[in-house]
Design a binder for this molecule. Structure first.
Ligand SMILES: *[C@@H]1O[C@H](CO)[C@@H](O)[C@H](O)[C@H]1NC(C)=O
Ligand SMILES: *[C@@H]1O[C@H](CO)[C@@H](O)[C@H](O)[C@H]1NC(C)=O
Length: 331
């Protein structure tokens, strides 16, 4: 992260989610508790930021005056209209933002989730810009960004060689230029779990879980003892190559499934990973490439969601839908 000024950094990091950590609150379950119950659960656990994937009116109402900030996503299906039709962006803001502010504190708006690489990628930059214009027109001051998937990165090892895939460069470049010009962060979903699960031969489990006792990867002068830092630094390196050396990264998702993949996706691994990554980012040590720059991080996810694809995707929750803990986590 960046050149942007310390003022900017302090404003967005310290001002929000007290400790710079939050949780993803997905709604793809037919057995989830009502939003007001969920908000009480979040407050009881000292979780001060949630990310939602669509502007659900019931969730937004429940967040009002709750003391919990929200990272508010647009549906991916809305990106094309948001990009092509400024009136649609104005309507989106009038429907999904204006009725709720200032009782709801919106930390960022994310134009889509994980669409860079894919047919909707071309609409992200335009959607961000039209939303930004619409928010400004209503005097609402909220950074607009998008959440990128790590799959958009082609090369990630060693971290300093990090680069976007050729297919992603065309879409990410104007997004980065706009975010840099506004000093808004980029959101990124970073899963050491998926990296490990795809290559258990070459990647050490303790490195993926964040429990290695010393450096595992040496990259020039930089030493890596955990895969999370290595992945974030590969993103920083990739962003540097598309005009974003000053861009701040917010990790919009990270987590580890507790079931659905043999002895890799098990409760002890999930519990160790999530607690380690929280402790790591709360210590605000940054990464080897950006020492001392805290990484605001949002855990995925609050609940196991039974309407997601079977397997690990249904098992990222820290809680069962009945609000019993899958495993204990300290926020
Ligand atoms: C936004 O603020 C400006 C300057 O204070 C004011 O003139 C304008 O009416 C405001 N617009 C809205 C939509 O509140
Ligand atoms: C909550 O759900 C989990 C998973 O189905 C189950 O194991 C647990 O017993 C339930 N807890 C309560 C209090 O019902």
């Amino acid at each position: 992260m960046p050149i942007f000024t310390h003022f900017f950094f302090n404003f967005y990091f310290l001002d929000a989610g007290a400790q710079g950590v939050g949780i993803n609150y997905g709604l793809l379950g037919n057995n989830l508790p009502p939003p007001d119950t969920v908000i009480r659960l979040l407050n009881s656990k000292n979780i001060k930021t949630v990310r939602i994937f669509e502007p659900d009116p019931n969730v937004l109402r429940a967040l009002g005056n709750s003391g919990i900030e929200v990272v508010l996503g647009t549906l991916n299906e809305d990106l094309q209209q948001l990009a092509e039709n400024p009136a649609f962006a104005t309507q989106w803001v009038n429907t999904n933002v204006i009725p709720y502010v200032p009782a709801v504190k919106i930390r960022y708006i994310s134009a889509g989730n994980e669409v860079i690489l894919g047919p909707l990628a071309q609409f992200v930059a335009g959607a961000i810009q039209n939303l930004d214009i619409a928010l400004k027109a209503s005097n609402v001051s909220v950074p607009v960004s998008t959440a990128i998937q790590f799959d958009a990165i082609g090369q990630s090892f060693p971290p300093s060689s990090g680069a976007f895939k050729n297919d992603a460069v065309g879409a990410i470049t104007p997004v980065v230029a706009f975010l840099v010009s506004k000093q808004y962060p980029i959101l990124a979903n970073v899963y050491p779990y998926f990296a490990y699960a795809s290559d258990t031969v070459n990647i050490r489990l303790d490195y993926a879980l964040g429990t290695a006792s010393g450096p595992v990867v040496t990259d020039g002068p930089l030493l890596y003892s955990n895969l999370f830092d290595a992945m974030v630094d590969a993103l920083y390196a990739a962003l540097e190559k598309v005009g974003g050396p000053a861009l701040r990264i917010v990790v919009s998702e990270t987590g580890w499934p507790s079931a659905g993949n043999g002895d890799v996706a098990v409760v002890p691994n999930a519990q160790v990973y999530v607690n380690n990554v929280l402790a790591h980012v709360k210590s605000a040590v940054g990464t080897p490439r950006r020492p001392g720059i805290p990484i605001e991080t949002h855990i995925f996810a609050l609940f196991n969601e039974n309407l997601k694809p079977a397997g690990v995707e249904q098992n990222f929750g820290l809680y069962y839908p009945n609000m019993t803990e899958v495993y204990a986590v300290t926020f």
